[in-house]
Design a protein around this ligand. Sequence first.
Ligand code: CA
Length: 332
Amino acid sequence: MRRLLAYLGQAVLCCASYFIVVAGSASAENPKPIVIAHRGASGYLPEHTEGAKVLAIAQGADYVEQDVVLTKDKVPVQLHDIHLDQVTNVATVFPDRKREDGKYYAIDFTWEELQKLTVHERYGSRPFPNSRRFPGGFGQKIMRLEDEIRLVQGLNQTLGLNVGIYVELKGPAFHLKETGEPMGDVVVEVLKKFGYDSKDSLCYIQCFEAEELQRLKKENCPLKLVQLMGGLPKGASDVTAVMKELAVYADGVGPAIPALVTTSDGGEVKSSGFVEAAHAAGLQVHPYTIRADQLPPWAKNIEQLHDVLFDELKVDGAFTDFPDLTRAAVNR
Ligand code: CA
């Protein structure tokens, strides 16, 4: 609790200055791109920890991202993978609970059991400047989706902000096989409980698996749906046709940054036509992931990356591990 209060103190200080900058910076006709904190401020703190989420809000994120998987008792919790191995001490606490493939699956544990684990930095995720930062973590726990919503809504109230949530359904097909029911329904129920129930809600649902998004659309899910994709589907060459198909069920698309540009031998960076086609189909475009320490080969620095995304391609928002730097770029 003392730790949380320390974060909040920092959040208040940071937000006070950011809020002055943010306020009045966008109009309804020409909104600024949204800053989506990718797993929190994960350029600075272990992903999906309470610390990473509070810092993201303090740094001026418009939305914080939640990657969601289910526990054995169907509690939505925040983990990037269906496995626990890379970010927790599960192998130490439950040495006998791995499956035959040697991995520990969140779906094999109850929420009560998961609370016994501590979260640490993802193994090897930050080669620069130091892959051993936060060794062993610092006592942070796996967060339920519900806990994070309470945190975000509470900080919105105490700091006078309007930060939204950006929820990713992780492995719906896997979960369907394991539990016999669609995970999207479990997650949407939690979201509705906390007032996220219309397209105007400060909430997006994102997923790589089109089937689950299409199913949610068919079931009249009231929230904004975003199709994630590494690039165009294999064999597809007509980006306009792909975007039209997406627009039947999705409100936006979340592409990997490389899908948005082409580069020449001379180093010239040009639009691949992806963003224009998506916009023509009425889709918002929120690419992933801006990382100051893992730039695309064509970007000399994060400023150039921000310039290309926001000034040239005119994306509607972006996932970033560095919400402070992306906030500053959007506010220029
Ligand atoms: Ca994600």
